[in-house]
Design a protein around this ligand. Sequence first.
Ligand SMILES: *Cc1c(COP(=O)(O)O)cnc(C)c1O
Length: 459
Amino acid sequence: MEELRLLPSVHAVLQQNDWEGGEKGIPASVIKKWVQEELDVLRLSLMNGSYKEGWERKRFLAAVSAGVRKKMEINGAYTLKKVVNATGVVLHTNLGRARLSSAAVAHVLEAASSYTNLEYSLEQGTRGSRHDIIENQICDITGCEAAMVVNNNAAAVYMVLSALAKQKKVIVSRGELVEIGGSFRISSIMEESGAILKEVGTTNRTHLHDYASAIDEETAILMKVHTSNFKITGFTKTVFSQELLALKEQHPELIVYEDLGSGSLFPFARYGIGEEPEIKRSIAAGLDLISFSGDKLIGGPQAGIIAGKSKWINQLKKHQLARVLRVDKLTLAALEATLLSYHQEEAAREIPVIRDIIRAEEEIRVQAERIKEKLESVYECHIRKGHSMVGGGTMAAVVLPTYIIEVTHPAFSAPELSRRLREQSVPVIVTVKNDCCHIDPRTVDEADEAALLSAFFSL
Ligand SMILES: *Cc1c(COP(=O)(O)O)cnc(C)c1O
C-alpha cells in the first residue's frame, strides 16, 4: 500500500519533537515504545481504511506526535498512579485495598528517607531483631503472648502450615475450603506447604465429633478458616474455634489455628456492621495461633500478622521461611503507625478504611448533593439510595446504605464516559449500570472531589 510508505520512522517522530532524551521525567525508552504503538495504530487504520484524513507525511507525523503527547499526559512518568475510587467499594482489591492514615504515611516517609533501628538494639548497641519492632504493640492490642509479621496473610497461612505441619495432617471443615480472590485456595496452599489436608464434615454442616474422630498420631493442626467472602444460610452447623480447644484436653500436642482473613481490631458489630471476628476475642479464647491481613479491616499496609502462643511463634521466627517472607522497614513503619491509632482509640477518625466503612449516611447524602450540583451544568444527574460494599472479600453479606449519583453525559454512552474518565491524569473509576455512570461518594474524600470534578469537566 502506497500510503504506508509515507509513515514516518520512529526516529523521525522522536527527532521532530525533541524527545530523544526523554521528557517530563519519562525515560526515552518508554517514549520510543509509545511512538511505536502509535505508529502501529496508524498503520492498522490505514490498512483497514478507517483513516479519514489526507495521506501526507506531515499529517501522519502530527497524528503520531499527538497520540504520544496524550499518553504522556495520561501516564506521566509513573505506571502506578493515584486514582479516585468512586465505586464505594472500600477495600477495592483492584484499586490497592487500604489507603494509609496520615500518621502511617508520615512514619513511612521518615523510615524511607532515614537510617532506622530496624535490626539494631538501641539499648545494647548491638544487633537486634526486626521482629521486635512491633511485636510488643501487637501483643498489647490483641492480648497475645507473641506475634510476627510477614508479607501478606496468604504468606502467613503458608508459613504456619509449612513450618508446623509439613507431612502432617491438618484437619479442616469442608465448609471452609475457601477460594479468595481467585488465586488463593486453602487446599492449594496446603498442598504447596507440604501439609496433608484432612477434610471433615460436609459443605453445610460440620460437628465437633467430625474433628474428634479424624484426629490421629499424624495430626498437627486443627484449622479454622473464616469464610469472609461468602455466607451459607439454612441448615448449617459450624464448630467455633473455641470449641476445638476442648479437643486439646486429650491431645495437648495439637495446634488450634484460625485464619481470620480480615480480622478486625475495631468493634464494627457495635455499629451494626457485620459479624467479623474480633481479633482480641479469638486470642482471649485461648487459640494457639491466628493470622490476619494487615490491609483489610485493620486498614494498614499489605502484611500478614501471625499472633498467639510464644511456643509456636518462636518456632516460626526461627524457620527459614521467616527470612523469605519477611517485610521491609516501610511496611513495619506503616503497620506500627496504624496500630498506634488503635491504642489511642483514634482508629475511627484516623484510619481511612474504618472511617469510610462507618461513614454516616447523612454525611454521604450532603456530599452527593454537593457533587451533583457541580456536575449538573453539563450532566444529567439523579441521586438515589443505594448500597456500598466493604470489598476485599470481607463482610460479603454486609451492605452499607449510601447515596449514589447516577450520571449521564448528553453525548457519550456510559461505557464511553467511564472510559474517558479512566484516561484523565487522575483517573476516576466509576461503576457502569443501566447505561448510567454511578458515583458512590463513600470512598471519595473531600480532598479527592476536585480531581473527580476536574476529570468530569476535561473529557
Ligand atoms: C484475604 C484472606 C487471605 C489472604 O490474605 P492476603 O492479605 O490477601 O494475602 C487468607 N485467608 C482468608 C480467610 C482471607 O480472607
